[in-house]
Design a protein around this ligand. Structure first.
Ligand code: TXA
Ligand code: MG
Length: 346
């Protein structure tokens, strides 16, 4: 594979960058494209050889299915068989949240090859709100399979340079659309109908569309994980989203007992000395998710970027301070817990 090219897609060169991306996608290649959540590694979802290149570049096990992105709402019905009893709910959810970071797991039609869904009878579908991604998908005229553009189990990239670090030399092109708007991967749900009642939404992955956002349309249930269960969404595996440096989380700050001579960095929430973990230790590095204000949306945008930065700081350990676990905070805490699994965390 020759060097990976990075093409900027700002106002002036938007069309050229999209055209180059589409030419490669049409030829069965993979291309990294920005979405509003994280960068995705895209391929023509109906071309199994192209999709196989996604798994190869990411070193992703083939048991982990991909999300398929449609360019318009109607395309959802070309690739899925929406059961009558959830049709109204699907219409409501896609009207409200698409284009955007909500992924629906629905029964698939045969036009989606098994490699995309890892042999599952369902496919995960969303419509990205990023203009570059949407333009590429529309111009190709076919849906795009796209997982996050990182090597398997590593931190999702929220910038073109992070993609370059993850997949440089493995893929032909990265389209640089700047930093991602949301910074955290889409919310994933499956829908279970109920007679005479609102449906149940099984929350397979917490994300930017929160439980509170979904509640007007159905009852949101978190899927309980038990050790040894076959994961319903393999992105739910503990140890996903992990930096190389061990990440620690504690039930209470008092549980932190640093080992002498080790270098500790802090991923703080507010970054203020008056609150949280800042005064707990003489940290080598401190990064704040939402400096001063503690805004969850800002924290989500900066989460993967700062984890990556701390991971590059040659620390022995990263300590992550918990954030408020409401709204977007649920998704942030989910990623932090997974990243810290294997280290000491309840
Ligand atoms: O925001 C996002 O969703 C990003 C951008 C690029 O769209 N994509 C993303 O893809 O996060 P990925 O592959 O990193 O995560 C997809 C998750 C995985 O955990 C996978 O197991 C789950 O979706 N998934 C895919 N198909 C599924 C299915 N049929 N049933 C249940 N889970 C599924
Ligand atoms: Mg991923």
């Amino acid at each position: 594979m020759p060097d990976t090219r990075i093409l900027s897609a700002t106002d002036d060169d938007f069309k050229d960058a999209v055209a180059e991306a589409v030419a490669l996608l049409d030829a069965g290649e993979v291309v990294a494209l920005p979405t509003e959540t994280v960068y995705g590694l895209a391929a023509d979802a109906q071309n199994p050889e192209a999709v196989a290149k996604i798994f190869a570049a990411k070193e992703r096990p083939t048991f982990d299915p991909l999300i398929v992105h449609v360019s318009r709402r109607g395309e959802l019905f070309d690739i899925t068989e929406v059961p009558d009893d959830i049709r109204e709910t699907v219409d409501q959810l896609t009207t409200k949240f698409w284009p955007g970071p909500l992924t629906l797991v629905l029964p698939k039609k045969p036009c989606i090859p098994d490699i995309v869904t890892s042999g599952l009878p369902t496919v995960a579908v969303r419509q990205s709100a990023n203009p570059i991604f949407r333009a590429a998908c529309k111009a190709l005229g076919r849906p795009l399979a796209a997982p996050s553009a990182n090597r398997f189990g590593r931190i999702s990239p929220t910038s073109a340079s992070a993609v370059q670090k993850e997949l440089g030399g493995r893929i032909p092109l990265i389209v640089d659309g700047g930093a991602c708007r949301d910074g955290i991967e889409s919310t994933i749900i499956s829908i279970e109908p109920r007679v005479g009642k609102k449906p149940i939404f099984r929350l397979l992955r917490a994300g930017p569309v929160s439980k509170e956002d979904l509640q007007p349309f159905g009852r949101v249930e978190r899927v309980k994980e038990r050790p040894g269960d076959v994961p319903v969404a393999p992105g739910r595996l503990p140890g996903h989203y992990a930096p190389v440096t061990p990440l620690l989380m504690f039930e209470r700050p008092e549980d932190f007992h640093p080992e002498p001579g080790k270098r500790y960095g802090l991923l703080s929430y507010h970054g203020e000395e008056s609150a949280g973990y800042v005064n707990l230790h003489d940290w080598e590095e401190i990064e704040a998710l939402s400096p001063g204000s503690g805004k969850l949306a800002e924290a989500a945008i900066r989460l993967f970027f700062l984890l990556r930065k701390l991971d590059e700081a040659e620390l022995d350990f990263i300590v992550a301070e918990p954030v408020t676990e409401t709204g977007l905070g649920v998704a942030i805490m989910d990623r932090l817990r997974r990243a810290s699994s294997g280290s000491q965390m309840a």
